[in-house]
Write a protein that binds this ligand. Structure first.
Ligand code: NAP
Ligand code: 8YV
Length: 325
């Protein structure tokens, strides 16, 4: 581990570790307030004596504390995750060992929902493609092909949690019809619950994925769901790449079985399959929460969780699996 010495630290050196890169200002505060150690990317390079000192790990959804790293940290007490999604952290092991995990819900909901709306508008109206058309000097040879109307369409929301509901509220302002799927119907919302992802896709002009990643949602959007979406239907994914069977998506696009896709997330980031880089696919490099304001809010909530843990206070935003909720 790389020691970043800070003699003013209020906690013992070596007790707080960082896994993976973090927002620069978060890294700076962690250095200023604590004696932070940076864990090696390769768990095999972790010295067992160093590992035994680690009580807290600060990480991001991109890296997390996976099974092997958690197993190598025998005295770990808390994982504070920068991000609402924590599918890269082994929460089952954490729960079994009494390790707490925190995340950053709510503060990013608006920006991620804004991103979903941007992707939806782009796949229907093809603003990005038409801008490329103009920049490439093609306008003089004729107008851009007609696109599809988003207003008044049917939007299927797969996962109607914090972000899914924010997407639905925004889409409803475009006079769309909202339908959704969750394992349990959500009380108090004005939208129709449908029984399955296949049924949802069949009903939708655009299927928006907003479920968490992790083992229970791997390939939830598979070839059958894509076939149900049909040749006029679009897929938008702002959740996790693992939720969509990427090979099935490529095959559906190449066969014209769906109309197009808008993707902020991929199965193996930052690697994007060459075959997905197509004109009918809008591709974003996982920027859903990527505004200065939201990333600062995420940083502050990450720190609030860490500080609460260090002070022995109630954690602001523990994840349900490790908080007994
Ligand atoms: P949330 O409030 O926990 O909502 C998750 C929703 O998914 C709930 O409605 C849940 O309802 C539903 N769900 C879970 N498993 C399901 C399944 N198998 N089938 C159908 N519905 C299912 O989470 P959130 O705050 O909205 O965040 C959602 C996810 O967005 C995060 O976990 C993260 O992966 C992703 N995200 C991406 C970005 C980005 O930058 N692109 C940023 C933030 C978050 P039930 O439990 O009743 O099924
Ligand atoms: C972050 C995210 O970009 O919160 C999430 O789940 O996917 C994004 O907000 C990511 O967690 C940072 O690694």
């Amino acid at each position: 581990m790389t020691n970043i010495p800070d003699p003013a630290s209020p906690v013992d050196p070596g007790t707080i570790a960082q896994a993976g890169p973090l927002l620069a200002s978060l890294e700076q505060i962690l250095q200023d307030e604590h004696s932070v150690v940076r864990l090696p990317d390769d768990v095999a390079a972790l010295d067992p004596a160093d590992a035994a000192k680690v009580r807290a790990v600060v990480t991001s959804g991109r890296v997390g504390v996976p099974t092997d790293l958690m197993a190598a940290l025998p005295n770990l007490e808390i994982v504070t995750n920068f991000g609402v999604g924590y599918d890269t952290t082994d929460v089952a092991q954490a729960a079994a060992r009494g390790i707490q995990v925190t995340n950053t819900p709510d503060v990013l909901t608006d920006c991620v929902a804004d991103t979903a709306l941007g992707l939806m508008l782009d796949v229907f109206r093809r603003f990005g493609a038409s801008e490329r058309f103009l920049r490439d000097g093609k306008w003089e040879s004729g107008g851009f092909p007609l696109t599809r109307r988003f207003s008044g369409s049917t939007v299927g929301v797969l996962g109607l949690g914090r972000i899914g509901q924010a997407i639905a509220r925004r889409a409803a302002a475009f006079d769309t019809t909202i339908v959704y799927t969750t394992r349990r119907p959500v009380e108090g919302v004005p939208w129709e619950h449908v029984a399955s992802a296949v049924e949802l896709a069949r009903r939708s002009d655009v299927l928006v994925v907003a479920v968490p990643g992790g083992p229970s949602t791997v390939n939830l959007v598979d070839a059958e769901v894509l076939r149900a979406l049909g040749p006029d239907g679009f897929l938008v994914n702002i959740a996790r790449g693992t939720v969509v069977d990427e090979d099935a998506l490529i095959e559906a696009l190449e066969a014209g079985e769906i109309a197009g896709a808008g993707l902020d997330v991929f199965a193996n980031e930052p690697n994007v399959p060459e075959r997905l880089i197509r004109d009918d696919v809008t591709l974003l490099p996982h920027v859903g929460s990527g505004t200065q304001e939201t990333r600062q809010d995420m940083r502050d909530l990450t720190l609030a969780n860490l500080r609460a843990y260090l002070a022995g206070e109630q954690l602001p935003t523990p994840v349900p699996e490790t908080s007994g909720v």
